[in-house]
Design a protein around this ligand. Structure first.
Ligand SMILES: [Zn+2]
Length: 178
């Protein structure tokens, strides 16, 4: 059994410790060698998210006579982007504003997110690069009639659609580059 890349919430993250013995290592493909290896924390630019939980790390044990490869891998909370502090819901609020026609500054202010304006510009460039792929995923490369934002929310829910995407598809949201 392969380990997940993303889990829905912290409770699911807690459960992983018990499941890890049944996984095969994503690096060396051996089974039964994985141990929980500590929490992934932090990454927030400032404020209370500084020590927030982001995921869990697992270790493929090569200690003693264990046959593992000695490498680690991480399972992330679905609300997290690897390599960036912003959470999916806050980033989606910004993107929704942009897709509805707001400028970067206005969308950033409306998102009340805690990330910097500079980050908003940088990540939005990543979104723009991914837009052709997003459009071909949902509308054969063209703008969906109801708009890209609406089709994403219809598919993955309006609450936190990028987190829903990550946990359902088990891969990183393609429209985010850190
Ligand atoms: Zn391994």
């Amino acid at each position: 059994m392969s380990p997940p890349r993303y889990v829905a919430d912290e409770a699911a993250l807690d459960h992983l410790g018990r499941e890890a013995k049944q996984w095969t290592c994503p690096h060396c493909r051996r089974a039964g060698t994985l141990n929980a290896h500590g929490a992934l924390r932090g990454g927030a630019e400032h404020g209370p998210g500084k020590d927030a939980r982001r995921g869990r790390r697992f270790f493929c044990s090569d200690r003693g006579r264990r046959p593992g490869c000695g490498r680690t891998f991480s399972v992330f909370l679905a609300q997290v982007f690897a390599g960036a502090s912003v959470r999916t819901a806050a980033w989606w609020r910004f993107c929704r504003g942009r897709l509805a026609g707001l400028g970067v500054l206005a969308a950033w202010e409306a998102a009340r997110s805690g990330f910097s304006l500079e980050s908003a510009y940088r990540w939005w460039r990543g979104w723009r690069r991914a837009e052709p792929a997003l459009r071909s995923r949902w509308w054969r490369g063209r703008e969906p009639p109801e708009g890209l934002g609406a089709v994403i929310e219809r598919t993955y829910g309006a609450d936190d659609p990028l987190a829903a995407f990550q946990v359902r598809e088990q891969r990183a949201w393609p429209g985010f580059a850190s």
